[in-house]
Design a protein around this ligand. Structure first.
Ligand SMILES: *Cc1c(COP(=O)(O)O)cnc(C)c1O
Length: 487
């Protein structure tokens, strides 16, 4: 049998890539909601490859087959569009990455790519590790990176224990991220990147991204931003000079709470003092084809499509969540049992003016309800209870509708006490640095009506006036399962 030859497939691959690129360029002309809803999946692709399926398909297969050895050779040398093996790539992941790259770079003027990861933590690890490599010209150097200490508890542990303690890579902590001098004073020739969370979880820290990005670039370093709390609906750090964005997609993007998911989104041609041209040219493609292929943190196709399905509504949800959170924050800030409320949307917050310059509901100027740019601050907030740790636990235990869970971003309101949960492991000193007192409740407001959330908080706070309450549990669920209380 005469074979077609590798070149035949390479030519077909080039035509296909040109078609897909054109489709992506056409999508880029649409508004944010349209992009979030359709992503990079098209009717043509549905009809040609996916039996007409309107929703992106979930390909659970570990691998793909090839027509012959020529096609396999072209594929495995990455010369044609291919996914080979699901640890490296998969069509479901591809649609997930396509939509995230487009919404994170929406109207930023930046050409970006994305790689899906199994979690937010693996996104952070994937984003930082390529910079923490031995410099052949100075192999004995002790590497460092400079980052804010107001970060998610898991990030704190990854940086403090995994990197600093276990690998001797120094995390130079920024205590006051608004102080540019502090950032500048910690950078030296062995620094590999700058890192920050915006806004931070849970302390609502914020800093001037543009100024920090300029500082990073003046030292030939990339700025990496964890933008989980804002989501691309409220902030797109690439627009302000960040080189890499990490997302715990698990949170507001994947609001239904059906799985864990993460993503790294990076600009093409990023800034770095590492001598690795392929990495700098297209960071996410480099991650996909090399480090993440070898380390294996890729997202499951099932989670990719479940998450993608929630991502479609991110803009309107963040608008709703933000408006409701504002009402809850205003209610709490006037309550007699509340010592303070940390929400960037409140004018009383010391960083309100700064956040106001950066956090807008995307496309609100094209929304007939608003017709202009409007600020939105997301649905993560925290508040401190007067009376210390015991009083705080009493109020927390009295919530009837707000779920007690170490989670955020959900369509259902959830609350936690960070000092005994998310930020428990970093100890007293770490909590002090990150500004997490024991009387702090972190609340992430969901899609319920604001009146009902406020009513729940109000009745919970009444325990501090001496109100007692009792919760009754059913002995059988409507599904027939007997309850733990049935003896
Ligand atoms: C939850 C969270 C993470 C970690 O994400 P996972 O998906 O749980 O691994 C990272 N950063 C922030 C800000 C988070 O809230």
């Amino acid at each position: 049998m005469k074979t077609k030859g590798t070149q035949f497939y390479i030519e077909a691959g080039k035509r296909a890539m040109a078609w897909h690129q054109q489709h992506i360029e056409n999508m880029k002309k649409c508004r944010f909601d349209t992009i979030a809803v359709h992503g990079i999946y098209s009717m043509q692709e549905a009809l040609d490859f996916n039996q007409g399926s309107v929703i992106e398909p979930i390909y659970m297969s570990t691998s793909q087959t090839y027509r012959d050895s020529d096609e396999m050779e072209a594929a495995l040398s990455y010369q044609i569009p291919t996914w080979c093996y699901s640890r490296i790539a998969n069509p479901s992941m591809y649609y997930y990455e396509g939509v995230l790259a487009l919404i994170e770079s929406y109207k930023t003027g930046v050409d970006a790519s994305c790689i899906g990861t199994s979690s937010g933590m693996s996104a952070i690890q994937s984003a930082v590790d390529p910079f923490l490599v031995v410099d052949p010209k100075n192999p004995g150097a002790k590497l460092n990176f400079v980052g804010t200490c107001q970060v998610y508890g898991g990030t704190y542990q990854q940086f403090n224990v995994r990197k600093d303690q276990e690998q001797n890579i120094e995390w130079r902590k920024i205590v006051n991220p608004s102080n540019l001098e502090e950032w500048a004073s910690k950078i030296d020739k062995n620094t590999r990147f700058l890192y920050g969370e915006l806004p931070s979880n849970p302390s609502q820290s914020f800093f001037d991204i543009r100024a920090v990005a300029e500082l990073a670039h003046s030292h030939n370093l990339p700025l990496i931003i964890d933008s989980t709390v804002a989501t691309p609906a409220l902030l797109r750090p690439l627009e302000h000079g960040a080189d890499i964005v990490v997302q715990s997609v698990t949170k507001s993007l994947f609001t239904s709470g059906l799985g864990i998911a993460g993503a790294v989104i990076a600009r093409k041609n990023l800034t770095s003092n590492i001598d690795n041209d392929a990495m700098k040219a297209d960071f996410c493609t480099y991650l996909k084809l090399l480090p993440n292929r070898d380390n294996g943190p890729s997202i499951s196709p099932m989670n990719a499509i479940l998450a993608l399905n929630d991502i479609r509504t991110i803009r309107t949800r963040m608008d709703l969540y933000s408006r409701t959170t504002m009402k809850v924050a205003e209610f709490l800030s006037k309550h007699k049992h509340i010592e303070g409320v940390d929400y960037l949307g409140l004018e009383s917050h010391p960083l309100h003016e700064l956040a106001k310059k950066y956090m807008f509901l995307v496309d609100s100027e094209y929304d007939e309800l608003y017709g202009k740019k409007v600020n939105r601050y997301g649905h993560l907030m925290s508040f401190r209870i007067k009376g210390g740790a015991k009083a705080t636990r009493d109020v927390f235990d009295a919530f009837q509708r707000i779920w007690r869970a170490t989670d955020l971003g959900r369509i259902k309101s959830v609350a936690t006490i960070p000092a005994i949960s998310t930020h428990q492991q970093q100890g007293e000193e770490g909590r002090k640095l990150a500004n997490i007192p024991s009387n702090l409740i972190r609340l992430c407001v969901g899609g319920e009506h604001p009146d009902d959330i406020i009513a729940d908080i109000n009745q919970a706070l009444e325990v501090l006036d001496g109100k007692t309450y009792q919760v009754s549990y059913p002995e059988y669920s409507t599904g027939g399962a007997s309850s733990a209380s049935l003896k």
